[in-house]
Design a protein around this ligand. Structure first.
Ligand code: GDP
Ligand code: GDP
Length: 438
């Protein structure tokens, strides 16, 4: 399921981090320990009443001078325009309005994206309201007074944000065509792969401006099958926005992955699997998407008959948290096996949407339980009554047991392995919920 994306844009010190923490609470995905990036949060999953969305903070580094502030705000705004469903423009009643705010407001207005204007640090509504009205001058609608630090006005603000969530998301859900995202760190060959795919004579390409997002999706028709490649415009764009800035590359990844069914995680064969690759793969994994690890530039390696097996072992060792991922070894340069990507995508899609009949599923689990006794604690043994598949994308199962506490992670993992042995499910993660039956 695809969640709306809300991007926060604003100058340094207006309170973006504070707002982010107030909204995301404990559930912050911290992307840390990355060279070149401060240990800060870039995105978080937020629940507000019955709504769920992904919040991204486009602001990063603290620039020194005013000129730099403006150019960085432009970049922030551009990334928000490219990736978000709703843009939250955050300003500060105490700093007041500056020239950069007007320029960014112009940019946002022209983009025609829904923008919500928040004025922060309104800790005392009576005192500051006259100053808040000043922000009407930005020409992007009614300024919403908030205090991020005092957690005031946040409910009204979120209501306003949620009003702009695209109804179209449900439409997108009904669209049966698989949505594919190509992700990976800079220079691994993402653009080359998409260009190679689009250059194949057997595909028919049409650019479709997204109705809800400016990001341009590309329809690819191959035989009687259709696919939608996400944000390929961004990939094909000549003057790529400073993609080398890791923060922006993560934001693009999160938002593209969020909208995708299957994610192609591209790795540079010559470089090997790096920590950054693992992090990017982790984003797709944690979101329950179909995953194909695409080792590109296979042409650039000196190979013998053991190379692929050795490479595969190393890859599996580093990415041991996702043993189910499919792998492909390709070269965008020579075109080697690029066609085969479509077969892999088809397989993953089929696995993501596979439904196992309850009877068969229970046979497998009963057999598994007979082969390896469930764990016990203080003389009480886990009993598994029943398992059933409740949904797809990713395939999700509910296991009914006598006592939830007795279900160890390792035993769930064991059952998962047995289910995979029986039904495959290659390329897709599986989810398990354990419930007690009284
Ligand atoms: P960022 O650079 O936009 O991420 O801003 P921060 O969240 O780091 O906040 C900058 C400063 O503003 C910090 O000292 C915060 O404590 C302060 N601040 C944030 N929100 C509020 C608020 O609602 N009221 C007041 N008075 N100060 C705030
Ligand atoms: P992106 O930043 O991930 O979109 O990467 P690009 O597609 O721009 O490619 C980065 C560099 O890698 C370019 O110089 C490409 O020519 C080169 N490259 C891409 N794919 C291959 C490949 O399969 N083999 C080799 N040898 N080089 C490649």
């Amino acid at each position: 399921m695809s969640k709306p994306v809300v991007a926060v844009v604003g100058r340094p010190n207006v309170g973006k981090s504070t707002l982010f923490n107030a909204l995301a609470g404990e559930m912050i995905s911290i992307v840390k320990d990355t060279p070149g990036v401060t240990r800060d949060r870039i995105y978080a999953d937020v629940s507000w009443l019955d709504k769920e969305f992904t919040l991204i903070d486009t602001g990063g580094i603290e620039p020194e001078s005013g000129d730099v502030i403006l150019s960085q705000m432009r970049e922030q705004a551009q990334i928000a325009i490219d990736t978000a469903d709703v843009i939250l423009f955050l300003t500060d009643v105490r700093q007041g309005l500056v020239d950069a705010d007007f320029k960014v407001a112009d940019m946002l207005r022209r983009s025609q994206k829904p923008v919500v204007l928040a004025v922060n640090k309104v800790d005392n509504f009576e005192k500051f309201m006259p100053d808040v009205y000043e922000f009407y001058n930005l020409g992007i609608g009614e300024p919403k007074p908030i205090s991020a630090a005092g957690k005031q006005g946040l409910g009204d603000l979120l209501d306003c944000v949620a009003d702009h969530f695209p109804q179209g998301l449900e439409g997108e859900e009904e669209d049966e065509r698989p949505r594919i995202a190509i992700v990976g760190k800079p220079n691994v060959g993402k653009s080359s792969i998409i260009n190679r795919i689009l250059g194949e004579q057997r595909v028919i390409v049409s650019d479709v401006a997204g109705t809800t997002r400016d990001a341009i999706d590309t329809d690819v028709k191959r035989g009687d099958r259709e696919y939608v490649f996400i944000d390929t415009a961004g990939l094909r764009r000549k003057n790529k926005i400073k993609e080398e800035l890791e923060r922006y590359s993560i934001i693009r990844t999160v938002t593209a992955v969020e909208r995708a069914d299957v994610v192609l995680v591209v790795i540079d064969a010559a470089e090997g699997v790096t920590e950054q690759d693992a992090k990017i793969a982790g984003i797709a994994h944690e979101r329950g998407k179909g995953i194909i690890l695409v080792v590109n530039k296979w042409d650039a390696l000196e190979k013998n008959d053991r190379t692929m097996r050795e490479y595969e072992n190393e890859l599996r060792r580093i990415l041991s948290f996702m043993p189910y991922a499919q792998t492909m070894y390709i070269s965008a340069l020579t075109g080697q096996r690029v066609e085969k990507l479509f077969d892999a995508i088809d397989t993953v899609i089929a696995n993501q949407t596979l439904r196992i009949a309850t009877g068969v599923l229970n046979e497998i689990v009963t057999e598994a339980v007979a082969m390896q006794q469930p764990p016990s604690d203080k003389g009480k043994r886990l009993k598994i009554y029943y398992i059933t598949q409740v949904s797809v994308k990713p395939p999700t199962f509910v296991i009914f047991v006598n006592d939830k506490e007795l279900m160890h992670f390792s035993y769930t993992r064991y059952l998962e392995n047995k289910i995979r042995e029986a039904f495959g499910f290659g390329g897709t993660s599986l989810r398990f919920f354990v419930r007690e039956r009284k």
